[in-house]
Design a protein around this ligand. Structure first.
Ligand code: ADP
Ligand code: MG
Length: 599
């Protein structure tokens, strides 16, 4: 087993690697680095995703770069802007003790004049997307006449994305005696063709078997139909309170839709796809890296090559059109030695495709059941309890409040206090999942048609509940008191702690709303407020859910995290679809929300 020193790297690089926590080289680094340092022969390198290919091509270039002149000596091409930026950052990290080494990253969607200015100052290494690189060559801002190394990272994807012409142009601008380095995780025919067209007698190095997936990733599939696909995704997120995942979609539209739904339902989610501006994409990636966004919904292309460590899950909302892409998706997790889970949601028809993927990844998919409401509640509850147990007490900050807080709780026993605390944090989560169906039973009426009784009924939210001593009989009495109509039909009633739901015959929807508005009824001394709840496809939406989810924030949110996440979403103006947003002054649910968001 060699060390980075054995590979022939200079001390400043070794120091930087130490800072980054790179202790020993990965297999592909062990093979590629000395090869590039000692030889000018072209190189094809294949290794699974997450095995450190970036360092494998960057370190030898940093080692060999001639800092006595300012010529551009290496051009590294990457299929996406995000990946280019990431490689640029990696190279800066690797060369932090070599201050004279200059790198510039260029990509579309960002100000070209600024990039030209930076290039004018001189760049030993340029990282770029093919389109922008060609643009800069045409404007004579980027001169490749002294290039010693061309790196094609994620070569297969560049071809998929139709960059062949751009690649031709870039390579034409480089001298003949350069060294071309091709790095890829998969090895389709097209890549072989690039090698044939662009490379001279290349040496090939591989780590592991080509095209096989990482062994650190386990693969699971969940059987769904179109009604249960999204609810299943939510349950997977809910049963993994610390989830940090990319959800892959096939199209931009699907991506936006899934992300919008997750955001609406209170998750720390965001989307990454080609319709976003560069600034938007940068900001999403930044938030995802910092884990303020826990779930990134992305297209294959947008997420290509992105290295975010510690992803817990990769979720295939739909399988990719080309099954080779499955490997790229699942390779986003289980990186650098950590474990990850790749999940596929498939319907009966799609399930057949799993076999072809199994042949590629040489691993079996494990059939997994969608968690039940009970399982989720249990998981969330204990997650919450553990979090409290592990919360550090910051005495100095809370000290002055404690005497009056103790006084308020004086009459409560320890057990009562715990019970109240758990209920306050947990009730809405429980109420969301109570009575929900088993999503694994695809033949059930509910899973195939949405909520059984909702077709001709409108579901109303009402801001009073058990705490106000409401029960079904009293609720029916209250509704009847509004004189909405003789023939009014009242459907299902759900009485919860601080709010409730009831169903009314659709034809009375408007008159019910109107009656409550005009009559301004009171109940137990409180103004009563009703609103129509939005019905949701698939698993039963119990309305009060939004508050529930936020009680269980991501691990990096301080305390209960609720404030941070809801503020964030409010400030982005994207938390749409809440059926309760006008409720701020109505007490109960509304009042709570107000307190949460205002602080
Ligand atoms: P690939 O391009 O092969 O998909 P990356 O170059 O993006 O993989 O590296 C994957 C992750 O592994 C990165 O977070 C990187 O910092 C880390 N890494 C790479 N090489 C090493 C090493 N020798 N020791 C520890 N971590 C490493
Ligand atoms: Mg890579």
């Amino acid at each position: 087993m060699s060390t980075f020193t054995d590979l022939g790297l200079q001390q400043p690089i070794l120091d930087a690697l130490l800072d980054l926590g790179y202790v020993k080289p990965s297999v592909i680094q062990e093979k590629a680095i000395p090869q590039i340092i000692s030889s000018t022969t072209d190189l094809k390198a294949f290794a699974q995703t997450g095995t450190g290919k970036t360092a494998a091509f960057s370190l030898p270039i940093i080692e060999l770069a001639d800092l006595t002149n300012m010529n551009t000596q290496a051009i590294i091409l990457s299929p996406t802007r995000e990946l280019a930026v990431q490689i640029g950052k990696n190279i800066e990290d690797f060369s932090k003790y070599i201050p004279n080494l200059k790198t510039v990253t260029v990509y579309g969607g960002a100000n070209i004049d600024e990039q030209i200015r930076k290039l004018k100052k001189g760049a030993h290494i340029v990282i770029g997307t093919p389109g922008r690189t060609v643009d800069l060559i045409n404007r004579r801002a980027l001169k490749l006449g002294n290039i010693k190394w061309v790196v094609l990272d994620e070569a297969d994807e560049m071809l998929n994305m139709g960059f062949k012409e751009d690649l031709d142009k870039v390579l034409e601008a480089t001298p003949n005696d350069k060294q071309t380095l091709l790095f890829s995780a998969t090895f389709p025919r097209e890549v072989e063709e690039i090698a044939r067209n662009y490379m001279k007698n290349p040496v090939e190095v591989t780590s592991g078997e080509k095209n096989t997936g990482s062994n650190n990733v386990s693969h699971e599939y969940y059987l769904v139909n179109e009604k249960t696909r999204y609810p299943a995704l939510r349950r997977i997120a809910d049963v993994n309170p610390d989830i940090y995942a990319i959800v892959f979609c096939r199209t931009r539209r699907e991506t936006q839709q899934v992300a919008d739904n997750l955001i609406r339902d209170g998750y720390n989610a965001d989307s990454l796809h080609g319709d976003l501006s560069q600034a938007q994409r940068d900001s999403v990636m930044e938030k995802f890296r910092k884990k303020t966004v826990q779930i990134l919904v992305a297209t294959d292309v947008a997420a290509r090559g992105i290295d975010v460590t510690d992803l817990t899950h990769v979720i295939n909302h739909k399988l990719p059109d080309q099954i080779e892409n499955y490997n790229h998706r699942s390779g986003r997790t289980g990186r650098a030695g950590s474990k990850g889970i790749s999940i596929v949601l498939v319907n009966r028809k799609e399930k057949g495709r799993l076999h072809s993927i199994e042949r590629i990844i040489k691993q079996k998919f494990v059939a997994t059941k969608i968690p039940t409401g009970k399982e989720i509640c249990e998981k969330q509850l204990f997650h919450l309890i553990d979090k409290i147990k592990n919360t550090e007490i910051n005495t100095s900050q809370i000290e002055s409040f404690l005497p009056s807080v103790y006084e308020k709780f004086e009459h409560l026993s320890r057990e009562e206090l715990i019970q109240k605390f758990v209920s306050s944090q947990f009730n809405s989560f429980l109420s969301f999942y109570e009575n929900t169906s088993d999503l694994n039973d695809l033949s059930s009426k509910e899973n195939s048609r949405g909520r059984a009784s909702s077709e001709n009924m409108t579901r109303f939210f009402i801001n009073i509940g058990r705490k106000d001593r409401l029960n079904p009989a009293k609720l029916i009495g209250l509704i009847n008191d509004q004189n909405i109509g003789d023939k009014i039909e009242i459907g299902a009633i759900d009485i919860l702690d601080t709010f409730s739901f009831f169903e009314i015959d659709k034809s009375f929807e408007d008159s019910t709303l109107e009656a409550f508005k005009v009559n301004e009824p009171e109940f137990g001394g409180r103004f009563v407020n009703i609103e129509i709840t939005k019905s949701e496809r698939g698993g039963g939406n119990r309305g009060g859910r939004k508050r529930g989810k936020k009680s269980f924030g991501s691990k990096n949110e301080g305390g209960f995290g609720r404030r941070r996440s809801s503020e964030k979403q409010n400030s982005r103006g994207r938390r749409s679809g809440s059926g309760f947003k006008n409720n701020q002054d109505s007490g109960g649910f509304g009042r709570k929300r107000k307190r949460i968001t205002k602080k």
